[in-house]
Design a protein. Structure first.
Length: 243
């Protein structure tokens, strides 16, 4: 992208490919946590209704994995971009870990929820999740034994979609990092941002299912490609300011 002024509004979508290098598995890992469970049983409202204990077992394991993980160079680079870019940078993540925040990023939209959150299925109250959750845990607000992870499951609407769509239609630059392009509505973000005039960049280990929707594609491990891209972006603005 040429002619950056530094005042551009950047929206960044991150997916599982960014956190994979921190040791957090994706749906597609051959021997990961997901392979030991049926997604219909642990990642749908219907599965939770059938066997809440199994769902809590699965998310307790995911929560432990996430809390033990550390941000990688990709997370740190995006936090640097937020800190040093003269314009606004919004990070929208499909990831339910807290690695962006651990790296110093702020104001994120967790469109699929977050592992460190608990939600009451009865009254909608939210609170910080303990390390281990169980079906009989009472809601701190209404006391109902209806505690569930504050995670968006298959068949549920992602969080803050109106805010996300608005940002996509206002941004100058849209970047998708570590996403497969197979999960909607996020898979349509590049099309939506592009129609509104944004320059769209994909940064991924391999081309996504919607790679044709992007103006540029950068391939390679996120821990290398993202820091390089951020450094290049910030250098362009620095050079312009020094003229």
């Amino acid at each position: 992208m040429q002619g950056l002024s530094g005042n551009e509004f950047i929206v960044i979508l991150t997916g599982a490919g960014l956190s994979a290098e921190s040791g957090l598995g994706t749906f597609r890992d051959k021997d990961g946590l997901w392979t030991r469970y049926d997604l219909e049983e642990v990642a749908t409202p219907e599965g939770f209704a059938r066997n809440p204990a199994l769902v809590h077992e699965f998310y307790n394991a995911r929560r432990a994995n996430a809390r033990a993980a550390q941000p990688n160079a990709g997370h740190q680079a995006l936090a640097r971009l937020q800190r040093d870019w003269p314009g606004d940078v919004l990070i929208v993540t499909q990831n339910v870990d807290g690695l962006h925040e651990a790296a110093g990023a702020q104001g994120l939209i967790h469109m699929h929820g977050i592992l460190d959150g608990a939600l009451c299925a009865a009254c909608g109250h939210r609170w910080t999740a303990p390390a281990v959750m169980a079906p009989q845990d009472p809601c701190p607000a209404c006391a109902a034994p209806a505690t569930r992870p504050d995670i968006v499951w298959f068949g549920e609407m992602p969080y803050q979609m109106e805010e996300i769509w608005f940002a996509l239609r206002q941004c100058d630059l849209f970047v998708a990092i570590g996403t497969s392009g197979t999960v909607y509505p996020a898979a349509a973000f590049a099309q939506d941002a592009g129609r509104a005039g944004a320059h769209c960049i994909e940064i991924n280990a391999e081309p996504s299912a919607v790679t044709q929707d992007f103006d540029e594609v950068i391939l390679g491990p996120a821990s290398q490609t993202v820091p390089d891209w951020v450094a290049s972006l910030l250098a362009q603005v620095t050079r312009k300011a020094d003229r």
